[in-house]
Design a protein around this ligand. Structure first.
Ligand SMILES: Cc1ncc(COP(=O)(O)O)c(C=O)c1O
Length: 459
């Protein structure tokens, strides 16, 4: 077999990409699906998904570790959720913009899971619910400044899409990062409402609160860094954030868009034992249907409960969304669901590290079994900036391409982030590890030849 024979077929995907470009910007619906994000020679054009697997329009089959960028906690086309949604549509309708019993039922099911969430409202996207969290924090405290951390992603809004993944050239001093817009088109004055701090730096945190405490409305963070290398928080750091924000009367906001209902039954807050005032949830909340939520303590949400602060949306808690949430909570609420999900993922992570090391490539993994990142480097990352340095020397593009050619789908812009589901089996893990044992020597050769460097950076 020649080298070319091992490449997957992409002819039809490439044809569809060119055709779509006529009227769909760049031929894809989101920048993360673009060739610029590392999907080469063309984005995967999906024919259908089932369980842990995807088939593309060229007939290639993949075990999927992108899982819709996180939502597909039950795999593709989970029957109980599909049944609940179709039954709701057929028997009731899809949207009323009026109250239904389903809204309260869905809210009750979610609040029962998340320790700090007493009350909540549903929305459609993580971005939107993060914006509401910032609004509720400002309204509830009467203050303006929001503290955010370098490397964390909180959606694409003007309000917070700053210093998410800055280049090292624009990031400024490590102990006092620059407030840098993450895209063009954001009004510069919005940056004046933000303070960017390095993750895990107690001294920088205390200094910021000493100087600006009277004006700090809230601190927002990803409690486990799904968008920054799968890093776990440093020992005691979340507790420190809790203490400082409580003492200062500021809101602590957990962005659990990715971690909530994925890293465990009650998100990162239950796993790590720290309760924020406000929590944003999305993704695994509805197993693939577009649903997000903003919730919190009764006190932090009081501004909405009492009608002082606006919250609305035509599509909020529509019947389809609520049916999907209720069914997802029931399915993921089964005894042992998360234990199995996490254990399967950990076996995969350990096996990938062994396969790499056996081929002479040093490796580590970070995160939790259901959301972990594989690092082909001498050490795991300590910070956002360290992660960027590791990515710059990483052979991940070779790993991603060779795995994809052998039927294992990893998302290139996320540099080795594995998102799995309850539909991934032990047999899937065995198959992926067999593929990894074939691919790691190729990765070792790529390192030898100096073929390293970022696709999309760490994000
Ligand atoms: C932690 C986090 N917050 C917010 C968002 C934005 O959510 P959405 O894409 O639903 O707007 C994402 C999306 O990946 C995310 O991972």
């Amino acid at each position: 077999m020649t080298d070319m024979d091992t490449r997957r077929k992409t002819t039809e995907s490439e044809r569809l990409l060119e055709k779509a470009k006529a009227h769909l910007v760049d031929g894809v619906g989101s920048g993360t699906r673009s060739t610029r994000s590392g999907w080469l020679p063309s984005p995967v054009f999906v024919a259908e998904g089932h369980g842990s697997r995807l088939t593309d329009v060229d007939g290639n089959e993949y075990i999927d570790y992108q899982m819709g960028q996180g939502p597909l906690i039950l795999g593709h086309r989970p029957q109980p959720v599909i049944d609940a949604v179709t039954e709701t549509i057929n028997q009731r309708g899809s949207l009323f913009a009026l109250a239904t019993d389903l809204e309260g039922e869905a809210a009750t099911a979610v609040a029962a899971r998340m320790p700090s969430v007493e009350v909540l409202r549903f929305g459609q996207s993580g971005t939107e619910c993060v914006m509401y969290a910032l609004r509720f924090a400002r309204a509830g405290t009467g203050r303006n400044l929001i503290v955010r951390f370098e490397g964390h992603y909180h959606g694409w809004s003007d309000a917070i899409h700053w210093s998410a993944h800055p280049s090292l050239a624009e990031a400024g001093p490590a102990d006092a990062p620059a407030v840098t817009p993450a895209t063009t088109g954001i009004p510069p004055e919005v940056g004046e409402s933000l303070l960017v701090l390095p993750w895990g730096d107690v001294e920088a945190l205390e200094k910021a609160f000493d100087r600006h405490g009277d004006d700090i409305a809230g601190v927002i963070l990803e409690p486990i860094l799904g968008n920054c290398g799968g890093m776990m928080p440093p020992e005691g750091w979340l507790e420190k954030l809790r203490e400082v924000t409580r003492d200062n009367g500021s809101r602590l906001i957990f962005d659990e868009v990715l971690t909530g209902l994925r890293v465990g039954p009650g998100g990162a807050q239950r796993l790590l034992g720290v309760e924020p005032d406000l929590t944003v949830m999305a993704k695994a909340l509805a197993a693939g249907f577009p649903v997000a939520a903003i919730g919190g303590t009764a006190e932090a949400m009081e501004v909405v409960t009492e009608g002082k602060t606006m919250h609305g949306g035509t599509y909020n808690s529509n019947a389809v969304a609520c049916a999907a949430v209720i069914a997802t909570m029931a399915e993921t609420g089964r005894a042992g669901f998360y234990e199995e999900l996490v254990a399967n993922g950990e076996r995969l992570a350990e096996g990938l590290v062994s396969a790499a090391r056996d081929a002479g490539v040093n490796a580590h993994w970070t995160g939790v079994g259901s959301m972990f990142q594989l690092w082909l480097s001498d050490e795991p990352p300590r910070s956002y900036r360290h992660a960027q340095e590791l990515v710059a020397a990483s052979p991940f593009p070779t790993l991603q391409r060779e795995m994809l050619d052998r039927g294992v789908l990893l998302q290139p812009p996320q540099e080795g982030l594995f998102l799995s589901s309850g539909a991934h089996t032990g047999a899937d893990t065995d198959e992926v590890l067999a593929v990894a044992r074939e691919v790691m020597p190729i990765v070792a050769d790529a390192i030898e030849r100096g073929e390293v460097g970022p696709v999309g950076g760490v994000r």
